[in-house]
Ligand binder design. Structure first.
Ligand code: SAM
Length: 365
């Protein structure tokens, strides 16, 4: 009989699987993950993390954060985020040396951090639906639930490059020139806006917001980007600069408990639009029900909209249309509460980071 698999061997297996998953989108990470899978001493660092956080990308982000904090270390020579011409030979011996020399530090990082994102690419997905809402209702008041660093609240300071069917096959630039330009390939009859809608109020809510004034928190957010996804890294860096220059208020609190309070902050400034992007999957089923019940209560009092960019299959119990309710892809949906009546429509299937959208031809915008 073979010996039972040890916890470290099980972790090594996770690294092996993660390597295959990363092969297409991040060859840099895939190479490191495959090498870690053969090194129990390196993989075991992740045992310092709580069991539900023992994700291979957490260890990669922890090492990336050390590289970003001190670009003079040897390993930084391989990272596209710290060198314009990174080395292309095997980074793993240098990676192991960092893991050995800074083992305690890495264990402390994985024990206390979890991976975090704030994906401004998603603004290209929000924009068409927000422009439609602004056309219908006038200036908008954005309430971004699970806002992270609040970067998507400044979507009116970014420029957008749409290409594809929605424009008749050509290129479609929206927004003033900006250091953040978000590209998005469009399939289907998307109602691409000719101008950025007027955002008259904005507020973010997050149970653990990223503090833009705190360099460690910002570095961690950046470390969670895969090192060879250079466009996302640069976009994030520039969006952080814009956000520091043009701050928007962010409240620390729970998505359900804090929803009404957050909406109250921007009350009266414009048509209230609640935004959620890759947030509802973190809520318990009961909390998701309470989230929608709270929207229903708010929508009974005054007109309200909700723009959701979520994976419906990860959020069972939401009032999403049956045709997407079981889908694990990313979908754009809009909820309207008008005169107390709720309707929810499916608008598009999307890339989770906003690189493309496929508009639902059946949607009668
Ligand atoms: C995957 S990130 C997405 C961030 C942002 N919406 C975006 O699209 O880039 C999920 C965010 O939701 C927040 N979050 C998770 N559960 C939450 C809850 N119950 N209440 C408030 N925020 C929550 C996390 O702290 C994190 O910032």
């Amino acid at each position: 009989m073979s010996a039972p698999i040890t916890p470290v061997e099980s972790l090594q297996g996770r690294f092996r699987i993660a390597s295959t998953d990363h092969r297409r989108r991040s060859p840099f990470n895939a190479r490191l993950l495959a090498a870690i899978a053969d090194r129990p001493d390196v993989a075991s660092i992740l045992q310092a993390a709580p069991p539900e956080q023992q994700l291979p990308v957490l260890l990669l982000a922890a090492v990336h954060s050390l590289v970003l904090a001190d670009a003079s270390i040897e390993l930084a020579d391989w990272y596209p985020t710290t060198r314009s011409e990174p080395r292309t030979d095997d980074p793993f011996p240098a990676f192991v040396r960092v893991c050995q020399a800074r083992n305690d530090e890495l264990r402390a990082i994985v024990a206390t951090r979890s991976t975090q994102t704030n994906e401004v690419g998603r603004c290209a997905l929000f924009l068409p639906v927000l422009a439609e809402l602004a056309r219908e209702r006038g200036p908008l008041a954005l309430i971004d639930i699970g806002t992270s660093a609040g970067l998507n609240l400044r979507l009116d300071r970014y420029a957008y490059d749409y290409t594809g069917d929605g424009t008749g096959g050509g290129a479609w630039r929206v927004g003033d020139p900006s250091t953040v330009v978000v590209p998005c390939g469009v399939r289907g009859p998307a109602p691409l806006p000719s101008a950025i809608p007027m955002i008259a109020g904005r507020i973010g809510l997050d149970r653990e917001p990223v503090d833009l004034a705190d360099d460690d928190s910002i570095r961690w957010l950046m470390a969670c980007i895969w090192p060879d996804q250079h466009d996302r890294f640069e976009r994030l860096r520039n969006a952080i600069e814009i956000a520091r220059e043009h701050p928007a208020a962010v409240i620390t609190g729970d998505a359900v408990e804090g929803l009404r309070g957050a909406a109250a902050v921007v009350s009266g400034s414009g048509h209230p639009v609640v935004i959620t992007s890759w947030v509802l999957n973190y809520l318990t089923p009961a909390d998701r029900q309470r989230f929608v019940a709270t929207l229903d209560e708010m929508g009974a009092d005054s007109d309200l909209s909700w723009v959701a960019l979520e994976s419906p299959g990860l959020c069972p119990g939401m009032p999403f249309p049956a045709e997407v309710a079981d889908s694990f892809l990313t979908h754009l949906l809009v909820g309207h509460w008008r005169a107390g009546r709720r309707t929810v429509r499916h608008l598009a299937e999307c890339h989770p980071h906003g690189y493309w959208l496929r508009w639902n031809a059946a949607d009668g915008q």
